[in-house]
Write a protein that binds this ligand. Structure first.
Ligand code: DHB
Ligand code: FE
Length: 280
């Protein structure tokens, strides 16, 4: 059966793409954020994933307010990045793994989740920039992907408990995939940030750090909060931490923290990064 090698969870701010395009990784502003990634590169070289399942949230590129799935799973041969208005260069298309996509979709529906299935899917900065951060120097993407999109754009959003259960269901799907493939889980979003309204610029370091610790010691801790409580604690867009929760739930059993980094601010956002792997 397939093996889940671990998870990388990271923030996904558009201006990271601008910083990469302008080679600003060593600038004093960006260095504390980018310095988090070399240990991730070393870990990836060690665990050698064959394919990545990516929990991310679309921001209006592939799904707009007229049609907004709560959960969507990509089943496309490739995923194209297109200009979403932030002025960042687009990245080359990301190959899919349709066998794993359909296996996950069939398993999720069997487990009474009902995701939208997408045989065409554009991917935005939330998907593309974490891929670039994980594999900064490659000419072609080293692993095919299965994008799993969770709505954080238009309320009602899925509850934290539901996202946790989705992640656990994805883990069961992967563990029943009859191959010897090594599967990496990626979760992108958060941590605390609010881009608009009276609280624009809101960050909550204490909550973010508690949340990061909870993923190791008490992974269901965040499921006690309603969506509105999460918005209150983390900001309107801070609810993107649901991706971290789903990614953690996609790791079987207890986990250990391989690496983490936290730096504020990155643009308007608390830049978080974590690598976790299951302990045998
Ligand atoms: C920012 C953060 C995000 O998560 C996002 O999707 C867009 C912008 C920001 O901090 O600028
Ligand atoms: Fe975002």
């Amino acid at each position: 059966m397939a093996t889940i090698v671990g998870a990388v969870t990271t923030s996904h701010v558009p201006s990271i793409g601008g910083a990469i395009a302008k080679n600003k990784q060593q600038d004093p502003y960006w260095k504390p954020f980018f310095d988090g990634f070399p240990p991730v590169h070393d870990w990836l070289a060690k665990v050698k994933p064959d394919v990545a399942v990516v929990f991310y949230n679309d921001h209006g590129l592939n799904f707009f307010l007229d049609k907004q799935p709560t959960f969507a799973v990509g089943a496309a041969p490739q995923y194209t990045n297109s200009d979403e208005g932030w002025g960042i260069p687009t990245l080359p298309p990301f190959p899919g793994n349709q066998a794993l996509s359909w296996h996950i979709i069939e398993s999720l529906i069997d487990q009474e989740f009902d995701p939208m299935t997408c045989q065409e899917m554009l991917v935005d900065h939330a998907f593309t920039l974490p891929m670039k951060l994980l594999w900064p120097d490659v000419a072609t993407w080293p692993v095919p992907t299965v994008p799993i999109c969770i709505n954080t754009v238009q309320h009602p959003l899925p509850k934290a408990t539901r996202c946790y259960k989705l992640g656990a269901a994805v883990a069961r799907a992967i563990e029943s995939w009859d191959t010897d493939q090594r599967v990496l889980i990626i979760g992108t979003g958060g941590l605390s940030h609010q881009l608009d309204g009276e609280r624009a610029g809101f960050l909550n370091k204490a909550f973010d750090l508690k949340f990061m610790d909870s993923l190791i010691d008490d992974p269901e801790w965040a499921t006690q909060f309603s969506i509105h409580e999460l918005v209150e604690q983390t900001g309107t867009q801070g609810v993107e931490l649901l991706m971290w929760l789903a990614a953690r739930a996609a790791l079987p059993g207890k986990v250990r923290r391989v690496h983490s980094n936290y730096h504020i601010p990155v643009s308007n956002t608390a830049g978080g990064l974590m690598v976790m792997e299951s302990v045998q």
